[in-house]
Design a protein around this ligand. Structure first.
Ligand code: UDX
Length: 442
């Protein structure tokens, strides 16, 4: 059992803290947001994440997980401090480090015994050294500490499972003993541990996310070529993926990637390269293709409906992906904005993200079910691949729409079946699919 403090109770912090508590450690999670901490003490979580609420309750009840806004309380007797604060995008795409700086300063001011500071926030290469400097320069009196970079790779929607079953743990530090002490915390997870220097660890995180984003933009570009040449991107991805050197993961064409990591991290890596005099052409293209994918949905709707002014379009799915209420950089909201700008009315439904979406785009007409959303609509766009959209009653949908037009932004349905049912149906990159339609799927 180790004493661990986690700073920041967003996705990374809350999942990390709760999972470490579940592994038998004594964890205090700190956030400067009083309301969040009050809510957590009452069992109200700031995010929706499958399985997390139960895990928080279990560990609070067992006395292994505590919440506080006080650094003094959080750092008392702690051996490890995990920095898990947000690093949002700045104006030019650079990571905004104000919260990391604030956390480092507060740790330094309250440090009264040696501790290991573990950085989990995604930070530009070199930030670990910068954090060390801040702490050293802010400490009222010199106390030993070490900084270890331990990037987080968990995905929203499966964050608890990802934490408990990581593919690897990456640890970077100039202090071998500190890195080994952090490695001990991760040993129960039985994953390979990569020990390296701090800058390399920070780079592994960016390179991993940029690579996955590149795969998505790659298959999205292929999807556009497929649409023009009459091939089916779903089968292309399937056929490619059996090659062990390629694999099937992250080859789903769609409306592009969103969320709190990929868009921001690709931009931040681009910015880092540019500010060092490089021309990161591939990274720029990855972002450009991703932005186009959103516009492409609107172009398809325009093609099917003509002028969008005065048209009513139903959107199914607002979260950036399934199993989360997170709408940060959600492709669905980006599409909604484009359609609203073109004069359409949007009737929207999402199982859990509607409240968040309404704050961001108040013009949305929120509906209580997919069926309510499509009633009387000129077209429907499916933009988040929630399970509950997989088996919709399509006949009911067709009959309640003004015109049965569907743009399936996530390739959820069988094109031939949809067309047989009478839909004018467009998917992503499914130009032919053997059903004899012309290359655009009409
Ligand atoms: C990602 C990384 O996977 C994770 O390692 C990192 O710590 C944080 O960023 P997350 O943003 O939660 O996790 O979601 P992920 O499942 O990776 O999906 C990201 C986006 O890409 C979503 O919008 C998703 O819909 C999209 N996506 C994913 C595709 O469009 N196609 C794919 O094949 C896979």
């Amino acid at each position: 059992m180790k004493n661990i403090c986690v700073i920041g109770v967003g996705y990374v912090g809350l999942v990390t803290g709760t999972c470490f508590a579940d592994l038998g450690n004594n964890v205090t999670a700190l956030d400067i947001n009083q309301q969040r901490i009050e809510n957590l003490k009452k069992g109200i979580l700031p995010i929706y994440e499958p399985g997390l609420k139960e895990l928080v309750e279990r560990n609070v009840t067992a006395g292994r997980l505590h919440f506080t806004t006080s650094y003094e309380e959080a750092l008392r007797d702690t051996e490890f401090v995990f920095i898990c604060v947000g690093t949002p995008s700045g104006v030019d795409g650079e990571a905004d480090l104000q919260y990391v700086r604030a956390a480092a300063e507060a740790i330094a001011q309250h440090m009264d015994h040696p501790m290991i500071i573990v950085n989990k926030s995604t930070v530009p290469v070199g930030t670990g050294d910068w954090v060390s400097d801040i702490i050293r320069n802010t400490q009222p009196k010199p106390i030993d500490f070490a900084v270890v970079s331990c990037p987080e790779f968990l995905r929203e929607g499966s964050a608890v499972r990802d934490f408990m079953n990581p593919d690897r743990t990456v640890l970077g530090s100039s202090d071998q003993a500190a890195a080994e002490a952090v490695a001990q915390l991760y040993l129960p997870l039985r994953a390979p541990i990569v020990m390296t220097d701090i800058r390399t660890a920070e780079m592994i995180k960016y390179a991993s996310n940029a690579f996955l984003a590149t795969r998505i933009s790659f298959i999205n570009e292929i999807s556009i070529i497929c649409e023009q040449l009459g091939a089916d991107v779903e089968e292309v991805a399937e056929g490619m993926g059996f090659d062990k050197r390629i694999g099937h993961h992250f080859l789903r064409a769609g409306v592009g990637y969103g969320g709190s990591c990929f868009p921001k991290d690709v931009r931040a890596l681009t910015y880092m390269a540019e500010t060092h005099g490089m021309h990161p052409q591939l990274l720029r293209a990855v972002t450009e293709i991703n932005n186009f994918q959103r516009k492409h949905v609107a172009l398809k709707l325009r093609d099917l409906l003509g002028d969008l002014q005065g048209k009513t379009i139903a959107i199914l799915g607002l979260a950036f992906k399934e199993n989360t209420d997170d709408i940060r950089e959600s492709p669905a909201l980006a599409v909604a904005q484009i359609l609203l700008e073109q004069g359409a009315t949007i009737r929207a439904y999402d199982p859990v993200a509607m409240e968040n979406a309404a704050r961001e785009v108040p013009e949305l007409v929120l509906c209580q079910s997919p069926y309510e959303a499509v009633a009387g609509a000129d077209a429907v766009a499916v933009l988040t691949p929630w399970n509950e959209f997989k088996n919709l009653d399509m006949e009911r949908i067709r009959d309640s729409m003004k015109t049965p037009i569907m743009v399936d932004g996530r390739n959820m349905y069988n094109p031939s079946e949809m067309r047989e049912m009478g839909f004018r149906y467009r998917a992503v990159g499914r130009g032919c699919n053997g059903d004899g339609v012309d290359f655009n799927g009409e």
